[in-house]
Design a protein. Sequence first.
Length: 326
Amino acid sequence: MKTNDVIGLGNALMDFLIEVEDHKLVEFNLSKGEFHLIDAEKAQQLLQTIKEQELKIETVPGGSAANTLKGIALLGGGAILCGKIGMDEHGEVYEQQMSNHGVVSRLNKHDAVTGHAITFITPDTERTFSVHLGAAIELYKEDVLEEDIAKSKILHLEGYQLEGSTQATVLHAMELAKKHGTLISIDLADPGVVRRNKILFTEVLNNVDIVFVNEKEALEFTSLEDEEAALELAKKVKIAIVKVGEKGSFICSNGEITKVGIVQAQAIDTTGAGDSYAAGFLYGYCNDWSLEESGRLGALLAAKVVEQKGVGMKDLDGEKLKGEIR
């Protein structure tokens, strides 16, 4: 009955990628490495300033869950994206490019503008986000097709959507997943999101099977690091994955830790690295790979993605990548 690998609920956002020096983040009043929500007026002002300063912008369809689904589709897995876009040019481009990646779109439209993430990339490849969600927050329960969740092995969620008006939709999707025996995975998304919603996240994880966090999110949520954080998270979920940069990742299941090393890469933009790791891991898990093999595939895909600007998956061969693991 499970004919699709992963269905993801996510904020459908066009990524505007801009390379800047660190002082620009101070100028724009942004905390380095974090996610900042802005309203339509602030977004327009920021984009106008960027235009006036003649900063170069590259545009790629993004959003955490969408990035993960692009990776799953690249590897040959079935991927469905449920989200909301605007009835505008960016929405049309977003939907077409997701289709080009092999992702099945369940992207309904709203009269708000398509959401966008202004992603500032500093010389150390760190990313800082200034995000106007636009139509993305207009995702309602009726936008989620029960049939899609029923036929999917995994429902993948992003922590960002547990803030604000999309929270009820996410919780509804989780109920449908439980009803149909679909596993639930979630990426906690950002240390600021975790900090603001720790009580809620603690409750949500009781109904989650797989959780992905990076070292900052792990520390924020558990006050622990590395293996200790993975062990603590795995008390709530079936599989806990803590990504720790150059130290690789720690996967904990049934009280046992599997350590996965990194794949060396010439990183130019770490946008989507964690999302791509999740893509490799979830693809492997859906296809009965071991936890170590799934983690290694995630690490390999992440390494390839950070060698490009944005999560465009340019010139990547999914079959070749899988062949490097098994």
